[in-house]
Design a protein around this ligand. Sequence first.
Ligand code: FA5
Length: 354
Amino acid sequence: MDSTSAEDWPDIPNVQDLVALDRQALSELSDCNSLANIIAWNTKYLGDQGLVTLQLKQIPKQDAQHRAGFGKAVNRIKTTLLAKKEEKQRALKEEELKRSLAADALDVTLPGRGVPRGRLHVATRVMREIRGIFADLGFQVYRSREVEDDLTNFELLNMPPHHPARDMWDTFHTTTPGVILRTHTSPGQIHVMRELCPEPIRVILPGMCYRYEQITARSEIQFEQVEGLCIGARVTMADLKGTITAFARRLFGQERQVRFRSSYFPFTEPSIEVDIDWPKEDPNADRLTKGTGWLEIMGAGMVHPVVLQNGGYDPQKFSGFAFGMGPQRITMLKYAIDDIRHFWANDVRFLQQF
Ligand code: FA5
């Protein structure tokens, strides 16, 4: 930076002090590397008690001969320092702006942050697939209640209080005697029959069921079922077999073999259980089929005449079939899910796989 030299004012006696002050001020100014430093520098030299200001206050005390020269010199120093200070201040502000722009740089070419998209739970997807298949087969959806009475959940389905088959469906009782959480969707058969009798029926009844039993990898205390009910003048076992086979092939693939095994349910006669074959090349085949090559997907049968009667239908004129499947177990088979508890765990690592 330029500084005043003693030769500029040869007629001032204490010119050396002024020159030294000027040089010191300029040197310190050039060392300032922040706006805060400049403020401190300004206070030291140009503030009310600043070193240059003090010299300005000395002007009137100079003898008449040197007063004008001294005043001129001090004022010149002040003016120069002010100008240099402003110049330095501007440069520092610019530097600071550049630094902050570089630090907060916004790269407008970066791709935007993706919005995470939700999806349907795998159980909901399979449930919709099942509904879709039965819709194509001409079945309507009938919604039925989850809180039932003992009469509809058991008795009207041909299970009087003493019936040993009740042991298969251990129940959650409410504090109101006889009011329970349904153990299966089958009581819905009674509701739909009583509502639609004597019309023919072709419905599915999806919904939640509750059983007081041990939770395992295959069993929950709360799970979904899809009940099916078809009633008409000449409904036969062949209709049941055809419907189930068409359903299983649509859901699991055209090549699938469907096997019907005789079984027992108090509300169907005859009763069957339905298996599908499982591809041997699937590494899970042995575990899933327990080495048999077949997997059970539902219970079914021809509606028992007592149940038809309880629903208002004359068993001499009407016949029907019914089935009940667990869509969560079907989902487990379809996607090789090894534990039914994943469905309710709400773990996104599980959910994101589907
Ligand atoms: C019944 O519940 C009968 N109501 C089915 C039926 C309906 C037969 C109409 C005949 C005519 P079952 O208890 O086997 O049957 O259950 C049917 C399906 O529900 C099972 O195959 C299984 O897929 C599912 N399920 C049963 N218990 C559980 C459980 N604790 N957790 C998950 N799914 C279950």
